[in-house]
Design a binder for this molecule. Structure first.
Ligand code: RB5
Length: 147
């Protein structure tokens, strides 16, 4: 798979290890992440990853900030994105199987780097179950209505 990856300063120290992990699983990674010294604005990176996914430049997206929350809120503003915050492997697998999440967001200040890798693996290894199509269509309806 091609994965769009983004992070802010909260994940700067673990980003290289995470990128290597994803590549080691055999994926192609498009890296939009931040590697500078000062603070970085997470919406910038969430937007780049979200756009890459909805434009079809990546099959899915992975966002890493302090909690995953800001990144997910920002990513979910982009039409067509279904971003789930995941802090455990069960949720990560279900985000794909039930919700067809095309982006996940995780918190580098919430879980350790080894669990982050397991979360990635659970998400990437799961399959969407099309029996949930009607509910995904209902989410798209809400998005279209723009209320
Ligand atoms: C940065 O301090 C922090 O706010 C950010 O990484 C993220 O957790 C936002 O939701």
């Amino acid at each position: 798979m091609t994965i769009a990856f983004g992070n802010d300063h909260a994940a700067r120290e673990v980003r290289r290890e995470l990128l290597d992990y994803l590549k080691g699983l055999g994926h192609t990674v498009v890296d939009f992440g931040y590697e500078g010294d000062g603070p970085a604005d997470y919406p910038v990176y969430a937007r780049k990853v979200a756009n890459a996914v909805v434009k079809g430049e990546a099959d899915c997206g992975i966002l890493v900030c302090g909690t995953g929350i800001g990144m997910s809120i920002a990513a979910n503003k982009v039409h067509g994105v279904r971003c789930a915050v995941c802090s455990d492997t069960y949720s990560a697998a279900k985000a794909r199987e039930h919700n067809n999440a095309n982006v996940i967001a995780v918190g580098a200040r919430v879980v350790g780097v080894e669990l982050l890798k397991d979360i990635f693996s659970a998400y990437l290894g799961a399959q969407y179950n099309p029996k949930y199509d009607p509910r995904i269509a209902m989410i798209a309806d809400i998005e279209r209505a723009g209320e």
